[in-house]
Design a protein around this ligand. Structure first.
Ligand code: NAD
Length: 321
């Protein structure tokens, strides 16, 4: 078996590889060729940590395994990332452990790939302004990946902690985009595509602030209780997701579902659009919303690619089990 470190992951796999892998696995999920197993997430009663695992099997891509890890709030004081994860890949023919792959960089890469797949398939082709709500660790990855999907000219951004915005502004400048910190009314009025990537537990963007034709990717809500947008926005929008079961239980749609504003049947797996079983956006005025909840199969998909590329490059560490 091989070990692929965080550092090697950063060397071997990039945004396009992640986009292709995530798009393919969303398509496989919608066809029933790939499925996620139930997620485990527990407060372990030590170091305030939340620990768990996400697992699944992609019969089409032959990726079997799990991502194990969680959130250790005290890590920042130790100079470590609060989110820690490792991907374990198994040989689907024998069950033998194939690879251990660092999961921290890959998590950011695959999460940005998910919103970027949604933009590629659902945003208006003439989108010019990208709105960012959130300015934490994930936001830079989100911005870089989104910027490759449309001919954006400008980024407008808002964050509950405004002091975090200049760092995101530097990323925009690096990739040649104008950057402006704005209030939420201006963000909604200007943005053609919006990404929300915060740890919010209350709506940050209201339905009345979103203009017709917007595509919004809600990426921060991945847990029961979290929320980034007004539930009325989901009723006004055509809603897509990575996995419907997660969307209605722990994704952004949980609130609109609980309030009876939308039904499970109103939510379309984005894989159906990828597989051309759903037309996606139907008019220039339609608001499309992608509820990106984050599934284990995304982790397995990018980790498989990283393991293959590292093995090919000779940079993976081989260990006899
Ligand atoms: P981070 O801690 O680096 O940044 C947090 C962001 O949320 C910042 O913009 C911060 O200003 C904002 N924020 C913090 N507390 C808030 C509050 N109480 N109300 C509103 N906003 C608040 O985190 P990150 O790594 O950038 O992750 C952002 C979010 O994305 C988290 O909720 C994380 O769980 C989620 N996430 C989702 C996926 C997925 O697949 N959908 C994957 C990774 C992370």
């Amino acid at each position: 078996m091989i070990i692929v470190s965080e550092e090697i992951c950063q060397q071997v796999i990039g945004r396009q590889d992640a986009f292709d892998a995530v798009e393919a696995v969303f398509g496989a999920m919608a066809k029933g060729d790939a499925y996620n197993f139930p997620v485990i997430r527990e407060a372990i009663g030590h170091a305030d940590a939340l620990y768990g695992f996400k697992s699944g099997f992609d019969r089409a891509g032959l990726a079997l395994g799990l991502k194990s890890g969680g959130y250790w709030p005290g890590n920042a004081d130790k100079g470590l990332t609060n989110h820690q994860s490792t991907v374990f890949l198994f040989d689907p023919d024998t069950g033998k452990l194939k690879a251990l792959v660092g999961g921290n960089y890959l998590t950011a890469l695959r999460t940005a790939a998910a919103s970027s797949v949604s933009i590629a398939h659902l945003a208006r082709k003439d989108a010019k302004v990208l709105g960012m709500v959130g300015a934490g660790h994930q936001s830079a990855f989100q911005l870089r990946a989104a910027a490759e999907q449309r001919d954006f000219e400008k980024v407008v951004a808002w964050n509950p902690h405004p002091e975090m915005l200049p760092k995101l502004g530097e990323v925009a400048t690096q990739i040649g985009l104008e950057f402006e910190a704005v209030d939420r009314d201006q963000l909604g009025a200007e943005a053609d595509v919006i990404i929300t990537i915060t740890s919010a537990f209350e709506p940050l963007m209201m339905a009345s602030q979103i203009k017709p034709g917007t595509h919004i990717a809600c990426m921060g809500t991945d847990t029961v209780g979290k929320q980034e947008v007004d539930p009325a926005l989901l009723a006004a929008a055509t809603v897509f997701t990575d996995e419907v079961a997660q969307s209605i239980s722990l994704g952004e749609a949980q609130h609109a579902i609980a309030q009876g504003l939308i039904a499970e049947a109103d939510i379309t797996p984005i894989g159906n659009v990828i597989n051309s079983a759903h037309p996606g956006r139907s008019s220039a005025d339609e608001i499309t919303l992608f509820d990106g909840t984050g599934v284990g199969l995304q982790d397995l998909a990018v980790a498989s690619v990283a393991a293959d590329l590292a093995a090919k490059a000779g940079t993976a560490t081989r260990v006899a089990l």
